[in-house]
Design a protein around this ligand. Structure first.
Ligand code: AMP
Length: 312
C-alpha cells in the first residue's frame, strides 16, 4: 500500500573519526525514502532551495523515489546540517544547522499522492509534520520521528502531534529528554501515555526496543565491523521498518517485530559509507541474506541444543 514521507532534504557535512564528507546529500526524508524503496514505491513531500545540486536528483531516481512532491523553491536555500561524531561513533554533536527552506511553508501534497495509506513524518519541524498528517484522514498507519532540537524548541506542537500518530520512532537520548526520565522502559511507558500505540526506541549499536500497548519486542543491532558514518542510521531504520509494514500490511505485534528486524538491516548497511553511498550498492536480496545471518545469531534455541550436545 502506498507509503509517503515528509522530512528534511538537506546538504550535510559530516566529520567522523574515519574522515570527512563535505556538502553531501542527506536529510531524514532522503535516508528514509531510500531505505523504504527496497520494499515498494515511496513518495516524498518536501522542499529544497535553488542551491540544491542537480546531481542529487540522480540519487532519487536511483531509488525510484517519486518526485512530484519535491519542490525546488527559487529564492530559498536548502536545509544544511554539519555534524561531528566522537571516537565511539555513538555521540554526535551538531556543529551547525541552517533550517532555511525547512522553516518556510510546506509544499502542497500532489493530488495523486492523496491515496497514501502509510504516512511517515520523518524528523522535521513538528508543525510541518502535523500539516502533512491532515492530508491523510483515511490512513492505515502514521508514525513520526523527532529530535532534540524540536523537543527543546517546539514541545507543545510535538505533544499535539503525539496525540495524533500511531507510533513514534526516536533514539534513546531523545526518549529520555522528551519524558524527563532516566530509564528507557519508564520513558517508553511515558510516551505511550502521550498518545501513540507504540514507540520504537533506537539505541544505536545496542539495538532497538518496541513498546506497544499489546507487548514488547527487543532486538540487538547487527554487529558491525566497520562503521564509517552513522548519519541517517535512525532514518534508514525507520525506512526499512515502514517500507516492510506498507508492503505487507501486517500490523500485528509479530509483523511489527519483523519490521524492526528489516529496519535493523537497512540501518546496518547505511552506516558502512558516507551519505547514501552504501545503500546505492545494496539490493533487496542483500537485505534478505543479511537477515538470514542475523536470524541465525538470534536463534538461542539452537545454541542451547548445541551447547547441551557439547561443542567444546
Ligand atoms: P539520523 O542520523 O538518522 O538522526 O539523521 C541524520 C539526518 O538528519 C542528517 O542527514 C541531517 O541532515 C538531518 N537533520 C539533522 N538535524 C535535523 C533537524 N533539526 N531537523 C530535520 N533533520 C535534521
Amino acid at each position: 500500500m502506498p507509503l509517503i514521507v515528509t522530512g528534511s532534504i538537506g546538504i550535510d557535512s559530516v566529520h567522523t573519526p574515519t574522515g570527512t564528507a563535505e556538502d553531501v546529500l542527506g536529510g531524514s526524508c532522503v535516508y528514509f525514502a531510500a531505505a523504504a524503496s527496497f520494499f515498494g514505491p515511496v513518495r516524498v513531500v518536501g522542499a529544497v532551495g535553488d542551491d540544491f545540486p542537480d546531481h542529487f536528483l540522480e540519487v532519487f531516481q536511483h531509488f525510484k523515489i517519486g518526485l512530484n512532491g519535491l519542490e525546488r523553491r527559487m529564492g530559498s536555500k536548502t536545509f544544511r546540517w554539519r555534524g561531528k561524531y566522537h571516537e565511539n561513533m555513538n555521540i554526535r554533536e551538531t556543529l551547525e544547522v541552517d533550517l532555511n527552506v525547512l522553516g518556510e511553508a510546506q509544499p502542497p501534497v500532489p493530488d495523486e499522492y492523496r491515496d497514501s495509506r502509510y504516512v511517515f513524518l520523518a524528523n522535521t519541524h513538528p508543525a510541518a509534520q502535523l500539516e502533512l498528517l491532515d492530508n491523510f484522514p483515511d490512513r492505515a498507519l502514521a508514525a513520526a520521528d523527532t529530535m532534540d532540537l524540536w523537543i527543546e524548541t517546539e514541545r507543545p506542537t510535538l505533544l499535539e502531534l503525539l496525540k495524533r500518530v500511531d507510533g513514534l520512532v526516536l533514539n534513546d537520548a531523545e526518549a529520555l529528554m522528551l519524558t524527563e526520565r532516566t530509564n528507557l522502559v519508564r520513558a517508553a511507558e511515558a510516551i505511550l501515555q502521550m498518545g501513540p500505540r507504540f514507540v520504537v526506541i533506537k539505541k544505536g549499536e545496542h539495538g532497538a526496543m518496541l513498546w506497544h500497548t499489546h507487548g514488547q519486542v527487543v532486538l540487538p543491532a547487527f554487529p558491525a565491523r566497520d562503521v564509517i558514518d552513522p548519519t541517517g542510521a535512525g532514518d534508514s531504520f525507520a525506512g526499512g521498518m515502514m517500507g516492510y509494514l506498507a508492503a505487507t500490511g501486517d500490523l500485528s505485534l509479530a509483523g511489527l517485530g519483523r519490521s524492526l528486524a528489516y529496519g535493523t538491516m537497512t540501518a546496518s548497511f547505511n552506516i558502512e559509507a558516507f551519505s547514501l553511498d552504501r545503500l546505492k550498492q545494496v539490493s533487496r536480496g542483500d537485505l534478505d541474506t543479511r537477515l538470514t545471518e542475523y536470524a541465525a545469531m538470534l536463534d538461542i534455541g539452537e545454541s542451547i541444543e548445541a551447547a547441551s550436545g557439547s561443542v567444546v
